[in-house]
Design a protein around this ligand. Structure first.
Ligand SMILES: NC(=O)C1=CN([C@@H]2O[C@H](COP(=O)(O)OP(=O)(O)OC[C@H]3O[C@@H](n4cnc5c(N)ncnc54)[C@H](OP(=O)(O)O)[C@@H]3O)[C@@H](O)[C@H]2O)C=CC1
Ligand SMILES: CC(=O)N[C@@H](CCC(=O)OP(=O)(O)O)C(=O)O
Length: 310
């Protein structure tokens, strides 16, 4: 029998892309709410409680409301794409490649928090280095990133695409999160296994989808003996056998004149690069993904598939 899936927020940016990814599948039956009724609490509650898996594609407050609508119903499993539960200890973190065993945790979990787009990149680079102790306690980690403007959902899409709006944005590239208190910092710290909060500086470019996340490191402040080659080998070993996350070879990276933020648009893949010169003092770790692919909707479908395979 097909599993019943309800996407709460199916008419939003992340929800729509999940729906598109499920089109034509026979193993899932989508329960749908008409767009005009998307905020009808009674209808949402009914659909949420009729699902086998509810995928929440809502702002944090609405996600928490949806979870409360399911309180006491042990038959419905939840994937939440918001920030609300990403560091909650009783939710499985939905980054299947996090560690050996994470995919199994997701497979059997009732509550799965889908990672944030920027943390997907940052955690994928940092966690293997912390596990291998290459990145020592106390290291001051910086994360610099650029996102396509769909990362800001319907609101930012409207501001970037409709010049007639009063709140239209004309910038082609802007920094934001200037207070350095972005909602993704706790998630990067927790799942990156960092003992200090990273300094996170995000930006947006005038392209719809795509993302680059950079973590620059000073080799002399890492564990003794840390080199470009050793860092690369650590990432290669961590992601061996994975098909969604791949580590680009040092040879290939060394030949690249540039990295295009849109290269992986409309895919669910993520590429990791280690840039630097052998014998040099610095290394720049880079994650390349689609903010709506591995950064959101693609990861949600990957998690749903794991849960359906339980
Ligand atoms: N966009 C991205 O790249 C990523 C987004 N996410 C997360 O996904 C979630 C959704 O984001 P996104 O799709 O971008 O946002 P959008 O604003 O594009 O979509 C949100 C949808 O939720 C609906 N909604 C808002 N409040 C309520 C409510 N109280 N009850 C029912 N429906 C409601 C909105 O309806 P209305 O049109 O009426 O406002 C809209 O359809 C967020 O938590 C975000 O953090 C995660 C990773 C990346
Ligand atoms: C460009 C932009 O505005 N991006 C969002 C992050 C994306 C998002 O809201 O979703 P996740 O938290 O689930 O990744 C922001 O910085 O708030």
């Amino acid at each position: 029998m097909a599993a019943k899936i309800f996407i709460d927020g199916e008419h939003g940016t992340t929800g729509l892309q999940i729906r598109t990814r499920m089109a034509g599948r026979r193993d899932v039956e989508l329960l749908s709410i008409p767009e005009a009724e998307r905020r009808n609490a009674a209808m949402r509650e009914d659909l949420l409680n009729s699902a086998d898996i509810a995928i929440l594609c809502l702002p944090d407050d609405a996600s928490k409301e949806a979870v409360s609508m399911l309180a006491g119903n042990n038959n419905v499993r939840i994937i939440d794409t918001s920030t609300a539960y990403r560091v909650a200890p009783d939710w499985a973190y939905g980054f299947a490649e996090l560690d050996k065993g994470q995919a199994e945790k997701i497979r059997s979990a009732r509550h799965v928090s889908n990672p944030g787009c920027y943390p997907t990149g940052a955690v994928s680079l940092l966690r293997p280095l912390r596990n291998a102790r290459l990145l020592p306690d106390g290291y001051p980690v910086s994360v610099n990133a650029v996102s396509g403007y769909t990362g800001g959902g319907k609101q930012l899409i409207g501001q970037m695409e409709d010049a007639s709006r009063e709140d239209a944005l004309s910038a082609n590239n802007f920094l934001y999160g200037l207070t350095l208190k972005h909602k993704h910092v706790p998630e990067m710290k927790t799942h990156g296994l960092l003992d200090r909060a990273p300094l996170f500086s995000p930006s947006v470019g005038r392209f719809a989808q795509g993302m680059i996340v950079q973590v620059p490191l000073f080799l002399e402040d890492l564990q003794d003996g840390a080199t470009v080659e050793k860092i690369h080998a650590t990432l290669v070993e961590h992601y061996a056998g994975q098909d969604i996350v791949s580590v680009v070879s040092l040879d290939e990276s060394a030949k690249l004149p540039r990295v295009d933020a849109e290269e992986l648009v409309n895919t669910d893949r993520m590429k990791l690069f280690v840039f630097g010169t052998p014998g040099g003092a610095h290394v720049n770790l880079v994650a390349l993904l689609d903010n709506l692919g591995k950064g959101a909707s693609g990861a949600a479908v990957q998690n749903m598939d794991l849960m359906l395979s339980a």
